[in-house]
Ligand binder design. Sequence first.
Ligand code: FAD
Length: 381
Amino acid sequence: MIDACASPWMNDELELLADTVRRFGAEVLQPNELRYRAQHRVDREVWRQAGALGLILPDVPEAYGGAGGSAAHAAVVFRGLGHIGNTSFGSGINHIVGHYLLNFGTEDQKRRWLPGIASGETICSIAMTEPGTGSDLQAVRTRALRRGDRYVIDGAKTFITNGQLSDMVVVVAKTDPAQAAKGISLLLVDTRTPGFRRGKVLDKIGQDGADTSEMFFDGCEVGADAVLGGVEGQGFYQLMANLPYERAIIAVGAAATMEYALALTLDYVKERQVFGKPVLDLQNTRQVLADVKATVLASRCFADHIVERWIDGTLDSALASMGKAWLTERQGEVIDRCVQFFGGYGYMLEYPIARLYADARVQRIYGGANEIQRELVARTL
Ligand SMILES: Cc1cc2nc3c(=O)[nH]c(=O)nc-3n(C[C@H](O)[C@H](O)[C@H](O)COP(=O)(O)OP(=O)(O)OC[C@H]3O[C@@H](n4cnc5c(N)ncnc54)[C@H](O)[C@@H]3O)c2cc1C
């Protein structure tokens, strides 16, 4: 979207996919965005449409129902969704769950879940956070205790994305409560299982189209084959291995959303007249937007670097954390500066820039608060 900066990792085939994402955004997501926000979720049909276009698991092998592409294909999808400021359609979660399965799942688990996730039939959630703990994952209190060949799950989760729609939840639970990291396992829970219950959709200050919810597990009994990878006690390591990937998705989305904010702002300041001339003709506007453009370009370059490392398999935890923290901070600053040029209209939710503003704040909190990201980076100093 930003001119004079072709991403070095793009090619003609990826441009075709970017076009598909653009069309999906323009024809499906954008015209319905206000309705999604009002109902606090997208329609189930949106998932199936995205699945049919290969947008949910673009980089998972075709043998498991994916589109058979690479990390570059995934980056194109997340960048494309950022370019329209999408926060309602939570396909990132399905994508991340797909990678938990691909990287750690048993063959049976891959075959059971991946095709439905790819097609959009199966919507997923990841349930890490609890009322009592979010950042400190080792302190989770949800338990999954073994009884013969079953696990019985008890506990409460909160802030769970896709919480109302999800068909499968990856639950972070203690299979050995006496241990910290080593006691944690990830369990794949079918939401039709007795003992699973959804709480209310939470009322947020932004991202209203996403169904962020509470979840409860009361004697929820699953088979031993629900443990991801089939071996207890691996959950914390599986989370640590996959979280960089989640953070890269947030980082790429943040950079793309800034491009969208700048484009919306430039359109507006060229059109809106004050004191007989366009807002863009005021020296302050020109000075500030020149800086914003530099920040947006630097952000794009940083995001491109992350994508290149993601593609060649060398994306590490520190880089993903650095990108997540830095780019989401820039996203907040850039959008805040852009809002100012809209005057009162920038505060009206009818205007996309106002929704971008409200949606951006949580980027610094979820996916691991930015303070946690800085700690992870600091360990490498
Ligand atoms: C819209 C939304 C969607 C979400 N989606 C999901 C989801 O799908 N699944 C899921 O499991 N969770 C989800 N979350 C939860 C999110 O990941 C947590 O809110 C986040 O990890 C922070 O946890 P917490 O809220 O418990 O804050 P706490 O852990 O209580 O932390 C509070 C604050 O303390 C500070 N802090 C914490 N630790 C440190 C530290 N080590 N050093 C310095 N400062 C620190 C930070 O400023 C932090 O924001 C979502 C949250 C929101 C708001």
